[in-house]
Design a protein around this ligand. Structure first.
Ligand code: MG
Ligand code: MG
Length: 257
């Protein structure tokens, strides 16, 4: 069942999302060659806790960290480690914050000093596809309108969309109904209603769409080992229109593609 939110609840999610946006900004300051991914995780966890929040991912199904950090052919759910970032890496950072009982969720993908035009195009296309999807979020449209818009945009740019992993509702729980696939058909799925809060999160591969799971039980990788990108916002329908609750503003003060 879908839990539609009141305006007061959306305001609470927005407060959570602001801490999340600032957490991403703190991480963005440190994205450079030589930094260990577990040090990024530490900074994020401390910042969230200093702001009275709790990292939504930590302990979720026993996930061991506050950030999912997925490098190059890793798509999502990468575990922070002693790995040191290096020039050319494609680095996806996914984070969730729980504040005052409400979760927010967002992700951003960086390129570390890349000189690959195709990597830049992958990242830009994935980010743009997120906003193309968001542009379909309004009362009366359907989930399939969002899904189709993302898939169509990505495939027109000759990249592929992962099907096994989807966006989701969220609120008091990190993952709620409905599922928000990044592929689908116009006019299908549930009708979008006032108070819906969803995380939209295209995961886009440079090569083929197929994925595999690593032996750590978490990390999802591309089957062809080509790079993948992931961008995510938490959005709500308020007064019939889409409001983006999370923000990349603090990231993009620190980082430009
Ligand atoms: Mg996420
Ligand atoms: Mg999510």
């Amino acid at each position: 069942m879908i839990f539609y939110k009141t305006k007061d609840e959306v305001d609470l999610i927005k407060k959570s999302a602001l801490v999340l946006g600032k957490t991403h900004g703190e991480v963005a300051k440190l994205i450079k060659p030589g930094v260990k991914t577990k040090d990024l995780d530490k900074v994020a966890e401390e910042f969230i806790k200093d702001n009275n929040g709790y990292p939504s991912f930590k302990g979720y199904n026993n996930f061991p960290a506050s950030l999912c950090i997925s490098i190059n052919d890793e798509v999502v759910h990468g575990i922070p480690s002693n790995y040191e970032l290096r020039d050319g890496d494609v680095v996806s950072i996914d984070c969730g914050v729980c504040l005052n009982g409400f979760h927010s969720d967002s992700a951003y993908t960086y390129a570390v000093n890349t000189n690959s035009e195709e990597v830049k195009r992958l990242l830009q296309t994935t980010k743009d596809s997120l906003y193309v999807g968001i542009s379909q979020v309004r009362v009366g449209n359907r989930i399939g309108d969002v899904s189709f818009a993302i898939q169509d945009y990505v495939e027109k740019n000759r990249f592929s969309v992962i099907r096994e992993l989807v966006g989701h509702g969220l609120g008091k729980n990190l993952h709620e109904e409905p599922q928000v696939p990044n592929y689908g058909k116009r006019g299908r799925g549930i009708v979008l209603r006032e108070g819906l809060v969803i995380a939209i999160e295209p995961m886009v591969n440079m090569g083929k769409r197929n994925i595999s799971q690593s032996s750590d039980g978490w990390t999802i990788r591309t089957a062809d080992r080509k790079p993948s990108a992931h961008f995510e916002h938490t959005v709500a329908i308020v007064d019939g229109k889409c409001e983006i609750l999370t923000t990349f503003e603090y990231i993009e003060k620190e980082y430009k593609l």
